[in-house]
Design a protein. Structure first.
Length: 456
């Protein structure tokens, strides 16, 4: 049996939920922090630009370097109307190329103010540029390195990892404690009375199945108990007879000329015991489901074989045994089908009248294949038609013992029908005969029914 830890499964589920939640929160935090940082930086740069523009207007351009020192994180660039760089915080050669085509410069020349975010050619990093048109026609541009989404993600990652580790630890502890409270009611379930438990509604289907299994076990135990008692009784009768006959012979009470008659009685009782044991073994195999693979079976051919094996028994009682129908193929267990037909025909012979008849018929029907065994025997009372399939049940016990019946034949027929998902029907009239019918499920449509002449 493969065992799985419920605690491990719950912890894995909780961990997965925490991880997914953290990832979603992390992505959302990156988005919010990045937007908030960017917005704050733009506002700050715009304020600095206004301040610097006012300062340049008052103190003049020659004091730009002093102003530059006051804002160490900000790059200041002064551009004349033709796009030439007059002053730049970073004295790179590339900074002195014409800036007239820069988006923020173009916008400032037209509208008085302009901004843009792009990668700096001189610094090689993402920058935010803000330009403002001065009164003398020059353009003052300030810029600052912009926080990228990646930089923001790296910045807040340690915080997220710390929070995630804390949540994971709390989740595992809570899962362990919660699991104990969840498992405790399950451990206290009364399996003998599963429907009397006050338990989670989700476990109701399981408890229903356990309750059904309990009932099935009780029924099975009762059936086995009754079966054991019946077997003991059925075996005790012939054993008592055999023991009594043997004791009489042993004590010399029987005359020599009567010994063959007593030996015949002992033989009959022994054969009856053998037949009983064989039937018990067949039923046991059917109960255990010890079956081979299903195969294509010609039901008419099986019935014909049974007719051949029992024709001498029928002839001994002057009973006419015949077979009619067509070859019908079906998917089933050949040995079980043989035993079913044999028991039906054997019963029809044993419980028949002198010079009676037994007719076996195999015929295709719209809803399956019909097997019928009809006799002209003693018949079955209405109140016994369902009970004849019970183990060791006999309609006429005295007649059954005379014919050597075990009382298990029709039980084997019923079990065989259940295995083949077939239905059984009994039509009987006292003093006139019985018709046992078994309707098997439909055969394969590709299998054809082939007519066959009646056989006697």
């Amino acid at each position: 049996m493969r065992q799985k830890s419920l605690q491990t499964k719950l912890q894995q589920s909780v961990s997965l939920v925490i991880i997914i939640t953290l990832l979603a929160s992390y992505m959302m935090a990156i988005f919010l922090v990045y937007n908030q940082t960017s917005a704050g930086m733009r506002e700050e740069i715009e304020r600095e630009a206004d301040y610097l523009a006012a300062a340049v207007s008052i103190t003049g351009e020659e004091h730009l370097e002093d102003l530059d020192n006051a804002f160490p994180d900000t790059r200041i660039t002064l551009i004349d109307p033709e796009g030439t760089v007059i002053y730049d915080t970073d004295q790179y050669e590339i900074t002195f190329v014409n800036h007239l085509d820069r988006p923020e410069v173009v916008s400032a020349s037209r509208k008085g103010r302009g901004s843009d975010v792009r990668k700096s050619d001189s610094l090689g990093e993402e920058m935010y540029y803000y330009a403002i048109l001065l009164e003398d026609g020059n353009i003052l541009r300030i810029s600052r390195a912009a926080d990228t989404a990646l930089r923001t993600a790296v910045h807040i990652l340690p915080i997220v990892l710390i929070i995630g580790a804390g949540l994971m630890l709390i989740g595992l502890l809570l899962t362990r404690r919660r699991l104990v409270s969840l498992i405790d009611p399950i451990n206290r379930i009364d399996l003998n009375e599963p429907m009397e438990n006050d338990i989670y509604i989700e476990l109701t289907p399981l408890l229903v199945r356990i309750n059904q299994q309990n009932k099935e076990k009780e029924e099975l135990a009762q059936i086995r108990q009754e079966f054991s008692a019946n077997v003991s009784h059925e075996l005790r009768t012939p054993l008592t007879s055999i023991s009594g006959y043997a004791e009489i012979i042993k004590n010399g009470i029987v005359k020599d000329r009567d010994i063959p008659a007593f030996a015949e009685r002992i033989y009959r009782e022994a054969q009856r015991m053998i037949a009983l044991i064989e039937d018990i073994m067949r039923l046991s195999k059917l109960d255990e489901g010890a079956l081979v693979q299903k195969e294509q079976v010609d039901l008419y051919a099986v019935a014909d074989e049974v007719r051949g094996r029992l024709e001498h028994a029928a002839a001994d009682r002057n009973i006419r045994l015949s077979l009619q129908g067509v070859h019908c193929r079906m998917l089933g267990f050949r040995q079980i089908l043989d035993e079913m037909i044999y028991n039906l025909v054997d019963n029809a012979i044993k419980y028949n009248k002198e010079r009676g008849s037994v007719l076996i018929q195999v015929s295709p029907q719209e809803d399956g294949i019909l097997l019928s065994v009809r006799d002209t025997g003693i018949g079955i009372p209405d109140d016994a038609r369902e009970r004849v399939f019970e183990r060791f049940y006999r309609v006429d016990k005295s007649h059954s013992r005379q014919t050597g019946g075990t009382g298990l034949g029709l039980s084997i027929v019923k079990h065989g029908a259940m295995i083949h998902q077939a239905s059984v029907r009994v039509d009987s009239t006292l003093g006139k005969g019985t018709d046992m019918q078994i309707l098997f499920p439909p055969a394969d449509p590709e299998d054809k029914a082939v007519p066959e002449a009646a056989r006697d």
